[in-house]
Design a binder for this molecule. Structure first.
Ligand code: SF4
Length: 274
């Protein structure tokens, strides 16, 4: 049984024709700049999403977390396995785990070092194995079985509270599970998105990931939750690196408030108006 109950917003139904996006979206950051405000508005977010969509395209069905999951617990465990690694390694770690232990009950009963050996390819094996075991035990304790399908019958905020009440589940894991397993319009913030949001001025320098997630949740139009989440992570992986961002190749440079962004960025044009 699938956990999906609500159709997620799609670009076709939720964003509108490309020409509308281009005209209304492009104007928003300029208006924000002239008004001396930040670009943290839903219209500016649409423009960011539009440019990233132009660069990367929409999320692919082969993306690790987007692959059709018949079980929301799969998505939850995939989120744990996706931490600090790439999709290919996460996918292999997940496949090995499922091949050795086809049911979550079996994983819960397995020795932790067995799990570590199976998921080692994704890195952080001991931490991830411990988290997976803790999560599965928490699900069994709270839900009575290794199954989260019942969350489909809850409101998003009820399901959020349930997930956040599970030991080992933080805001990113809860948000990924709601977004990818149930199609709910929740916006997960990982380390890449947190960094980019700070550089773009969408979040305060000192805000925790949880605070950034709350702010982004308010800002991001529901139909953009998935594509923007996926494409910001792509940008973080191949362009907006933690140490040396490749700002010259970044489609968001003119919107960016980071000093790293250099000539042509928001950071420079707004402090040196001509
Ligand atoms: S301009 Fe540079 S710092 Fe700003 S978002 Fe792009 S890559 Fe990151």
């Amino acid at each position: 049984m699938t956990g999906r109950t609500s159709a997620r917003g799609t670009r076709a139904s939720g964003v509108g024709p490309a020409s509308d996006q281009a005209s209304s979206g492009r104007a928003a950051p300029d208006r924000a700049r002239r008004a001396g405000t930040d670009c943290a508005s839903p219209s500016a977010i649409r423009e960011i999403a539009r440019r990233l969509d132009e660069k990367y395209g929409p999320p692919r069905s082969t993306d690790f977390l987007k692959q059709v999951a018949t079980d929301p617990v799969d998505t939850l465990i995939k989120t744990v396995l996706s931490q600090a690694t790439n999709d290919r390694n996460s996918e292999q770690a997940f496949a090995r785990l499922k091949q050795a232990f086809p049911s979550w009950e079996q994983v819960a009963a397995a020795q932790e070092d067995q799990i570590v050996g199976l998921i080692r390819i994704g890195g952080l094996g001991p931490q991830k194995a411990g988290r997976i075991k803790a999560l599965l035990h928490a699900i069994k304790e709270q839900a009575g079985s290794y199954n989260l399908d019942f969350l489909a019958g809850m409101t998003t905020s009820e399901a959020w509270d349930f997930l956040m009440g599970l030991e080992g589940v933080g805001p990113k894991t809860a948000a990924c599970t709601l977004l990818f397993a149930f199609g709910r319009p929740v916006f997960p913030v990982d380390t890449h998105i947190h960094r980019i949001a700070r550089r773009l001025g969408l979040a305060l320098e000192k805000g925790t990931a949880e605070k950034v997630q709350r702010k982004m949740q308010d800002l991001v139009p529901p139909d953009l939750s998935e594509p923007l989440h996926v494409n910001l992570i792509r940008l973080g992986r191949d362009t907006c690196h933690a140490r040396k961002p490749d700002c010259e190749g970044c489609p968001l440079r003119d919107l960016c408030r980071s000093e790293d962004a250099g000539p042509g960025s928001y950071a420079q044009t707004s402090s040196h108006p001509s």
